[in-house]
Design a binder for this molecule. Sequence first.
Ligand code: HEM
Length: 113
Amino acid sequence: MAEQSDEAEIQKQTTLELWLILHHKVYDLTKFLEEHPGGEEVLREQAGGDATENFEDVGHSTDAREMSKTYIIGELHPHHCFLCLSSWWTNWVIPAISAVAVALMYRLYMEQD
Ligand code: HEM
């Protein structure tokens, strides 16, 4: 019997806690669930995952964005941040490869003369 109540307790805790990700930041919305004007359900559906797209799709107001800052509890490790990685890739690696390619082509062109 004791085991059962332990499990129930864990389940209760799990349904009470709600963390999600918005723009690479971690939010604890546990205390905000009941206050959310968009309802509890939409937040629960996003629990534990990256809700950025849905958050942006709704077109939250500036007030909502300001309010959201109160619930930030952390930031995603950069290694887990695919978009950050891909912008690093497009900002540095691709231009660097292009520059080398242009330099090589220029040398080849000059050698032909
Ligand atoms: C920190 C996180 C969030 C905060 C502080 C927040 C806050 C708010 C606020 C203040 C509103 C009222 C309208 C406005 O001012 O824009 C709202 C509406 C709404 N929110 Fe959120 N929200 C959050 C996250 C989310 C997420 C992750 C979803 C996921 C789908 C969501 C879905 C909605 C929906 C569907 C509405 C109703 C829009 C409508 O009735 O027109 N929200 N939210």
